[in-house]
Ligand binder design. Structure first.
Ligand SMILES: *Cc1c(COP(=O)(O)O)cnc(C)c1O
Length: 229
């Protein structure tokens, strides 16, 4: 089941890449979102070719991190509370959800303790949804420059979660705007940043996100089936 779903997902990714505009030559990394799924499912996905996994809660990921007997790249995709920054730095290769300078400073402090340079993305709340985390577009530039002053963080790009529109095509302008912002921030005179990653698209909209320039997609349901809560 998982291997078959993964194969279909990879095919969808390849098809969407072919529809991109010229100049979008990046590879697309698939993050398999394993939240609420078992270690067995994680192992099955990794054995079928998954290299990157995404989790959204610290407590759940700590148990899995300790128990998983596979080498894999760990992505934190969910909202992170400052008081859990220390766990995040220990486990995650890339933290997608930085959206305040306070959180960034806490991550920087913890990373320094571990002699680590922590790769991060800044989450943008483009549609200004109350229910979602993320910095507003107007405040993005100031946040990026503030983060650039933190020695133990390396900004790698941006992340967004599109609203759940009835018609998934309505997400397209938003993904397109994210790509524009992504190109804009590459031109900022940031010292430490290495802007390469645009994380956008989930099961219902990742094909559109790729067509509009995503370099990382986060797919859970499409690989593992519906989550039971
Ligand atoms: C759960 C989650 C996903 C995956 O969602 P699916 O619809 O199951 O693909 C992607 N990104 C974030 C931030 C999530 O929390």
């Amino acid at each position: 089941m998982i291997a078959e779903n993964l194969k279909k997902t990879m095919e969808t990714i390849e098809a969407a890449k072919k529809k991109r505009k010229e100049g979008m030559a990046e590879d697309v990394t698939l993050v398999a979102v394993t939240k609420n799924h078992t270690l067995e499912s994680m192992r099955a996905a990794i054995d079928a070719g998954v290299t990157d996994i995404g989790e959204n809660r610290i407590q759940e990921s700590r148990q899995k991190f300790d128990a998983l007997d596979r080498e894999v790249t760990w992505h934190l995709i969910g909202h992170l509370q400052k008081n859990k920054a220390k766990y995040a730095v220990r486990m995650f290769d890339l933290i997608h959800s930085v959206d305040t300078i306070e959180l960034a400073k806490e991550l920087d402090r913890e990373a320094a303790k571990h002699d680590k340079v922590q790769d991060i993305l800044v989450q943008v709340n483009l549609a200004k949804e109350d229910s979602k985390s993320g910095v507003y577009e107007e405040e993005l530039k100031a946040l990026l420059f503030a983060i650039d002053g933190l020695e133990n963080l390396r900004l790698k790009g941006l992340m967004c979660i599109a609203p759940n529109y009835d018609d998934v095509e309505d997400t397209r302008p938003l993904f397109r705007r994210m790509r524009e912002i992504f190109e804009e921030i590459k031109e900022y005179p940031l010292e430490r940043a290495n802007i390469r990653i645009l994380s956008m698209g989930m099961t219902h909209d990742y094909d559109i996100a790729i067509e509009e320039g995503a370099t990382v997609v986060r797919v859970g349901t499409g690989i593992f089936g519906a989550r039971e809560y």
